[in-house]
Design a protein around this ligand. Structure first.
Ligand code: ZN
Ligand code: ZN
Length: 382
């Protein structure tokens, strides 16, 4: 339950803007942690600053007068007069400094907190693989230019064989107190030491390789494995292979986007593959055992007697490996009856004999035949 803003600032509900600002100054002086050692001073400083942020703004104040705290929450994120309070003391302090200090940004790293170690950035690369590589899995070696831990100093920033010395600027405390003049008088502000970044120690001698940064930008050859079954929708996140962290922060990740190149023989549908097979008229009529190429070699396929052109046959387990699972998808083979063009004498004779005894074909689509894509589908599901 939030306290009433007018009560917090100790003003009446009809207080003028000038009265409210004056009241806030008084309260800010009272609760500023540099002047008030009480453990709840920072929290109270935050509360009065929050009250002031609302009451100084005529729009927010009128919403607050009519609807209270809940009214201010309604407009949140919708560009209205919403206000949800400060997340941290640092936010409130920034408001205070903006209004009375005129030195915005000086403390943007947070009040009294040493600068944090930062995680290294992620590196994103895309790799092209053939369908065969996607089926078998592939090892890739890629040249990547990125910020890496310095080899010379192993990321410490310190010239090998040298250590650290106490920071002179903060005498090893890691913090410095700075007097800051504001409209309300001088404040003493405690912040991280800029010379040593809050560590209290400096390198005795900076590494020549990275000028003490601990990191260098360079081109490395990075190798990684693409597991069998990857497809163009996939990306791999390889933990700890991204950019080096800063001041001991964790290493980022390497994100590999996969692009599987189109294949001239196979179409891919998830874990299934689709290919084409031409058979002769007699093979279609009599049936035949044929050998068809698969993504990992070849396989025997029994073409049943009486197959129609365009019908699809399924070969179980001859498709792509399932990514990080057992088993493989299927391969669907679309059968096309091939009609010969240049007949020699004997072929012509035999076909002419056949023509005298063969039946008439049906009109339109062969009886009982579904459309082509229905047949491909039923080859997978049937
Ligand atoms: Zn220092
Ligand atoms: Zn170095």
């Amino acid at each position: 339950m939030s306290a009433d803003y007018y009560t917090l600032l100790e003003v009446g509900r009809d207080a003028s803007e000038t009265e409210i600002t004056r009241a806030y100054r008084r309260m800010a002086m009272r609760y500023h942690p540099d002047r008030n050692p009480a453990p709840d001073a920072a929290e109270n400083f935050k509360k009065v600053t929050e009250a002031w942020e609302v009451l100084r703004d005529p729009n927010k104040r009128s919403v607050y007068d009519r609807l209270g705290h809940d009214g201010l929450k309604v407009g949140r994120g919708a560009g209205g007069p919403g206000f949800s309070g400060f997340g941290s003391f640092g936010d409130a302090f920034e408001v205070f400094m903006r209004e009375f200090g005129g030195a915005g940004g000086v403390f943007s790293e947070g009040f009294g907190q040493p600068r944090r170690a930062r995680a290294g950035k992620n590196i994103e690369v895309s790799v092209k693989v053939t369908l065969e590589e996607a089926a078998e899995g592939a090892r890739r070696q890629q040249k990547i230019r990125a910020v890496r831990a310095c080899d010379t100093c192993a990321g410490t920033g310190s010239e090998p064989g040298t250590g650290t010395v106490t920071c002179r600027a903060c005498r090893g405390a890691g913090q410095v107190r700075t007097a800051h003049r504001t409209a309300l008088g001088s404040f003493v502000q405690v912040g991280p030491c800029r010379d040593c970044g809050g560590k209290g120690a400096r390198l005795e001698s900076e590494c020549a390789g990275c000028e003490g940064e601990g990191r260098v930008r360079r081109t490395d050859t990075v190798s990684f494995d693409l597991p069998p079954g990857v497809s163009s929708d996939d990306y791999l996140r390889i933990r700890g292979r991204g950019e080096a962290g800063f001041r001991g922060g964790p290493v980022g990740d390497l994100i590999v986007r996969v692009e599987v190149e189109p294949h001239d023989r196979f179409e891919r549908d998830g874990d299934d593959l689709i290919s084409d097979l031409c058979v002769t008229f007699s093979q279609a009529a009599l049936g035949a055992d044929v050998v068809v190429p698969t993504i990992h070699g070849e396989a025997e396929l029994s073409v049943p007697a009486g197959i129609q052109s365009g019908q699809a046959l399924r070969m179980r387990g001859e498709g792509m490996p399932r990514l990080r699972r057992e088993g493989r998808g299927d391969q669907a083979v679309r059968v096309h009856v091939w009609t010969p063009k240049d007949l020699d004498g004997q072929q012509r004779e035999l076909l002419e004999s056949l023509a005298q005894v063969e039946d008439q074909p049906p009109e339109g689509r062969p009886v009982g035949e579904a459309s082509f894509w229905d047949r491909v589908k039923s080859a997978f599901t049937g």
